[in-house]
Design a protein around this ligand. Structure first.
Ligand SMILES: [Zn+2]
Length: 376
């Protein structure tokens, strides 16, 4: 079956032969076969890229050297490429130790790709929304088993944003040594290739639209699953607090028993160099009031450790569930969230506060819920 939007003249050309690609490596065959097998997540991804064609488009944004391997950083796109439709971006594997984040994005992609062959409603949905993916942002860190990339830089502390208030020592981002975690990179240095690739991809695919959401999947903090929204560099609320609250409201209404703690990241701790703060600020600097809502899913790995304390003795076990039934539960839970975000983006005009009165009401409720101050 041909995707309906592939038959739409110039749109088809844009989709089949993108002109803006830095390096198009649509076919996974260009990747060294040994390299493709040393990371199971990369193997899964390459299979899905093959199976998802021609609906799923793949390209390599950059390549990263780690040991003897040169790893591709893939970007995938699915759905209507028209800038007139909303979009959702799914990101994983920013931190090499947090494998479950990449696994969740790949599981969601797997769900979509398998449905392409039989699910009419998915094809209908894809006419109205753009879905974009970077499931494995830091393949070098994955291979090395490090949080940072192969240059020792923490990609979530690497953006050119300085916190306005005091950040916790080290964890908030440090420039003392790349031998320690949370290293931001040298002062004034360009962003790391993986971080730059992510920013360029978001710029092109998400910030070009009237409405977009991003979700970046991490693990490791606390016992609860958290959904964080900006900011990480200040305790001040974001401009789109009303829109975030409206999104939270339809989520809570639809998934009455959802397990997530939904909150601004600043409630937990502040950091320098947060890539989503950087991208949100970039979106804000553009003309017009486009809505870009970047979320971070922070899966609470301490629960997996509590249930299986042996995991404390494994570096990966601190960040990932190691028992199969727990992995299955994690996948089921978060796929429901990613599906919700896809539907919420498709129908954003139905729930986004339209009038200034509705916006103000959401903003006030959100300030009471998430911020101490009465106004901002
Ligand atoms: Zn992380």
């Amino acid at each position: 079956m041909t995707p309906t939007f592939l038959t739409a003249g110039s749109t088809a050309d844009t989709l089949i032969r993108p002109t803006h690609d830095r390096r198009i490596v649509g076919a996974p065959s260009t990747i060294d076969p040994v390299t493709a097998t040393v990371l199971p997540q990369l193997t899964d991804l390459l299979e899905l890229i093959d199976e998802g064609a021609p609906y799923l488009q793949a390209r390599v944004l950059c390549e990263v050297q780690a040991g003897p391997h040169r790893f591709p950083v893939h970007a995938l796109t699915l759905g209507n490429p028209s800038p007139a439709v909303p979009a959702v971006g799914f990101f994983g594997g920013v931190h090499g130790l947090e494998r479950i984040g990449a696994d969740v994005v790949i599981a969601w992609l797997h769900n979509l790709v398998k449905r392409l062959s039989w699910d009419d409603s998915l094809h209908e949905q894809l006419k109205h929304v753009r879905l974009v993916f970077m499931p494995l942002v830091n393949p070098g860190g994955f291979w090395l088993g490090t949080r940072a990339n192969p240059n020792g830089v923490d990609l979530m502390r690497n953006a050119p944003v300085d916190a306005r208030e005091k950040v916790p020592f080290l964890i908030g981002g440090q420039r003392i040594s790349k031998g320690m975690p949370w290293y931001r990179g040298a002062e004034g240095a360009p962003m790391e290739a993986e971080a730059q690739a992510l920013c360029d991809f978001v710029d092109e695919e998400l910030l070009s639209r009237d409405f977009s959401v991003a979700v970046d999947c991490h693990s490791g903090f606390g016992t609860d699953d958290r959904i964080w929204f900006p900011y990480a560099h200040t305790t001040r609320p974001i401009h789109h607090l009303a829109e975030i609250h409206a999104l939270h409201a339809i989520f809570a209404k639809t998934h009455a028993h959802h397990p997530y703690v939904f909150e601004p990241q600043s409630v937990q701790y502040l950091t320098h160099g947060d890539i989503w703060d950087h991208l949100y600020l970039r979106a804000r600097s553009r003309p017009g009031d486009r809505v870009f809502l970047p979320l971070t899913l922070e899966m609470g790995s301490w629960m997996w450790i509590k249930k299986n304390p042996k995991q404390l003795f494994s570096r990966l076990g601190i960040f990932n569930p190691l028992i199969q039934h727990r992995v299955n539960r994690v996948m089921r839970r978060h796929i429901a969230l990613l599906d919700f975000l896809t539907r919420a983006a498709s129908g954003y005009q139905r729930w986004l506060p339209g009038s200034s009165a509705a916006r103000e009401q959401h903003r006030r409720t959100a300030l009471t819920r998430w911020y101490r101050q009465a106004s901002a």
